[in-house]
Every structure is written in structure tokens, then in C-alpha cells.
Design a binder for this molecule. Structure first.
Ligand SMILES: Nc1nc2c(c(=O)[nH]1)N[C@H]1C(S)=C(S)[C@@H](COP(=O)(O)O)O[C@H]1N2
Ligand SMILES: [Mo]
Length: 156
């Protein structure tokens, strides 16, 4: 960022069932190892799009925030969800198991760069390389919630 640029930096709130909830700027997201993903996704309105993203693995960021599951138990980890919201209210959910190396092992990113341009002002973008469609590529991320559902009422 050029000196003298006073535009506010976008931040996201990482909250939910976490021992260490946090407010993170895009610069903070560079504290984690940066991964690169070259993706093509389809949009119902704009057609196929090709982009190169770089950023932190969502799995790494949430793991360091102290998720309230028993990390040694796969069955416990399989109960958890994430909800990711953008500044315009667009929001989507992922299961923890999509990201977890023992399950889907998907390289989902909180991107800090899009096609070589830093996202510090715009805000991080969710990147779901395994998705065929772009709807979960939430841009200008403001909130990442992590938690579990209460068990469904089965009438037992
Ligand atoms: N915040 C936010 N992110 C969003 C959307 C949105 O409406 N708001 N649309 C999604 C959809 S449907 C697609 S296909 C991709 C790419 O959208 P773009 O063509 O507007 O970049 O962004 C996704 N991320
Ligand atoms: Mo889309």
C-alpha cells in the first residue's frame, strides 16, 4: 500500500464456537502460509470465469482460532459448519469436513490476492476450487462463523 493512502482496510470477524475469536485484516491473513489456486468457475449470468487467487487456507485460519471440537475425534469434527458472509449480505455455508484433511481435503482459501492485485481494500474472497459454479466465491468477506448444529429433533 502506498504511503499516505488513508482508505480504510477491510476486516473480517471470525466468530462462533472458537476459543480465540478474532478480527482479521487481509494483511493479517498473510501471517498464514499463502497458497495459490488457478480456478475456472461458471456463473449463471456471466458465463465461465478464470482467475488466479492467492491466500490462506480457511482450515489453517479456523484451526488457529481454537475450534471447540475434540480435534482427535473425526466424528466430532464432522458435526461442524462455517457460514461466510460478504459485505452485500451474500452468504454461504461450508461444512468443516469439506476442508478437513481426513474428509474432503479441499483447498478452500481466504484469498488475499486476485489476479495479482491485493485485496486489502476490497476485503478477502472465499475461494472454493472444487466448486463448478461461482456462487460460493463470496467477495468482500466480513464474517466467518464456525459452529455446530443442535442435533435434529428425531422425536426419540
Ligand atoms: N459478496 C458477494 N460475493 C459474490 C457474489 C455476490 O453477489 N456477492 N456473487 C457470487 C457469484 S454468483 C459468482 S458467479 C462469483 C463471481 O461473480 P462476479 O462475476 O460478479 O465476479 O462471485 C460470487 N461472490
Ligand atoms: Mo454466479
Amino acid at each position: 500500500m502506498a504511503p499516505g493512502n488513508n482508505r480504510p482496510m477491510a476486516k473480517l470477524m471470525l466468530h462462533g464456537d472458537l476459543d480465540h475469536p478474532a478480527t482479521l485484516s487481509v494483511a493479517d491473513l498473510r501471517d498464514w502460509a499463502q497458497h495459490r489456486a488457478e480456478v475456472t468457475f461458471d456463473c449463471a449470468t456471466n458465463g465461465p470465469q478464470h482467475h488466479v487467487f492467492e491466500g490462506a487456507l480457511l482450515r489453517d485460519v479456523v484451526s488457529d482460532a481454537g475450534p471447540s471440537f475434540d480435534a482427535r475425534r473425526r466424528k466430532d469434527r464432522s458435526r461442524f459448519l462455517l457460514a461466510v458472509s460478504g459485505g452485500d449480505g451474500h452468504h454461504t455455508v461450508l461444512s468443516w469436513a469439506e476442508l478437513d484433511a481426513d474428509f474432503g481435503d479441499s483447498g478452500v482459501l481466504l484469498a488475499t490476492r486476485l489476479d495479482g492485485a491485493d485485496l486489502d481494500e476490497a476485503g478477502a474472497q472465499l475461494v472454493v476450487p472444487s466448486d463448478r459454479c461461482g456462487a460460493r466465491y463470496v467477495s468482500a468477506v466480513t464474517h466467518v462463523w464456525f459452529g455446530s448444529l443442535s442435533p435434529p429433533n428425531l422425536g426419540l
